[in-house]
Structure formats: C-alpha cells, structure tokens
Design a protein around this ligand. Sequence first.
Ligand code: TRP
Length: 334
Amino acid sequence: MEKKTDIVMSGIRPTGFLHLGNYFGAVRNYVRMQDAYTCYFMVADLHALTTLNETRELRTHVRRVMAENIACGLDPDKVAFYCQSHVPETAELYLFFNMIAYKGELEKTPTFKDKVRLQPNNVNMGLLTYPVLQAADILLHRATLVPVGKDQEQHLEIARDYAQRFNQRYGRDVFPEPYAFNFGEALAKVPSLDGAGKMSKSENQMATLYLADSDDAIRKKISKAKTDSGGEPGAPMPDSVANLFQLLRLVAPEDMIAKFAADYEAGTIRYGDMKKELAEGMVRFIAPIRERATDIQNDDVYLRRVMEQGAAKARASAKVTIELAKDAIGLNYI
Ligand code: TRP
C-alpha cells in the first residue's frame, strides 16, 4: 500500500499489564495505522525512570509490553518499534529543547503537579522535564500525528510550542507541529466490570480484564461483574447492564447481542446466561493474544532482533533530524 506522507509517533509506558481498555483505546489504532503511515512506536523506558526507584523489573516490563503489542498485531516489519534508551539521539534533541523550555511553564503542567503530590520526596528534574523528553520523542521523527488519549493533550501542546519556538529562534522550519490523532471516530469505550468508569481508569484488578489473564480468571471476573436485578419494565437501562452490553458488543456476534437486547426489553433476560456468553467471547478474544504474547516473551532471539531492527530504523530517521537541528542552531563548524 502507498503510505501517506504524515509521520506517526507514539510512546508506550512500560508499566503494568495491557488490558482491554488499552487494546481498544490504543493498540488497535496503532495496528490500523501501520499500513497507511510511516510509524514509530516507542517503549518509553527513560520516561519510566522518572517514577521508578527500583529498576530491576524494568527488563521484564519492557519485554512484556513489546510482546503484548506484537501479539495484538503490531508488526515490527511494518513499523519502527523500538526502546527509547536504544536511540541516544532522543537525549540529544532533549538537550536542545531544554534551552527553549521555560521552567515556569513546566512547573505549571498539571501532570507535573500531580506527580509532586504523589512523590513529594522525589521531585527530580526528570519529572519536571518529562514533557521536554516527550517533545523530543515526537519531533525526533518530525512526526505530525500522535495517537494518544485526552490525558496527553497538554504534553502535545508543549511539543507544538517547542516546535514553533525552535523554528523561530533558529530561523528555520525544522519541526512541524504534532497533533493528537485517532481515526476520527470515538474510541471504543471499555467499561469496567464494577459498573464504575472505564476499564483504563480502574484500579480494581477484579474489574479489569488483562490480556495476560487466564481463561479461568476471565470467567471469574465476568461472573462477579455487577448487574442490576432490573427495575420497572420500560425504566432506563441501569449503567451496570449497559456496560455488559457494551462489552458484549466488543466480542460477540450481532445475533447474540440482538437476542439479549430483546430479552432485556421483554423483561426475560437471564444475566447468568449473558455473562456466560460474554465470558466465552472474551476467552476466545484474549486467549490467542495471551498465548502469542507468552511465546514472544520467551523468544529472546526474536525480541532482540525486533529491538535492534526498531532501533536501527528509528536512528536512521533521528540522524536526519539531528543534522537539521544542529545546522539550524549553528552547531556546524567542520
Ligand atoms: N507520556 C505518555 C504516556 O504517559 C507516553 C509517551 C512518552 C508518549 N513519549 C511519548 C506518547 C511520545 C506519545 C508520544 O502515556
């Protein structure tokens, strides 16, 4: 397929296990974009250092998040899939951006203020300059499309400011302005199983389906999901039931959804049956991903090749940008 000219870049934090909210909210979009655009997807291991004291688990987290993304369909042959720390040009651009990053602005960033509240004894400069590093990640490839959620909007605004500021200060159009991107349709919402909020926001492990969950764990979580015993006929559908339907829509065939919807209307719905079908649908969806992810995580040779190949592609793109930036700054004496 002929690729569009816009460059896509996004970063994935190597913390925790991927869950269904990550899949339908993010990874599925990466997979859709990989055929249409030149894509750079990066595991943000350096960003992780801003909050980690203990780094012994980092290796496992990085390898797991890579394996899970690949198991979901991200193809390292189609995109550059790399680790941030394997591309030292990131740090070089970060240094240049530090010269146009104002301390006062960074101190006002809501994500920084949140972190200060969460770890008052470790307010390190990495936390303060987190958005500077993120701007470097994106602009290193002169990317314009950044598939991220709403929570990253402020960071993208900062990246746009630095692109403009750099171009203006050094008098050359080196950097384009990056914008958040998702296929123009609302991202699929994945409600949590406890009837409260989205799965991505949930801190309750029992209310979240992880791509690493065993078949039994999936069945158990769904069997315990909240349902209402149903109010008056014709009353609005309770949230907990609407959530179950929403989840069913992600993994069940149309006719099954229609059957339960009709049962609900008629007041004859049996939530036990519905949950059973939902659980089997989720098992059919998650099990192959989980198995592929485990195989990949155990394949050292393959993962090494993915990381090396990703870093090589990312560095080739980074090298061009760094040359343009240095030239614009005037760091070109030989
Ligand atoms: N800050 C992002 C997050 O918390 C992760 C990230 C790091 C990122 N670098 C990026 C996202 C570059 C988009 C582009 O999820």
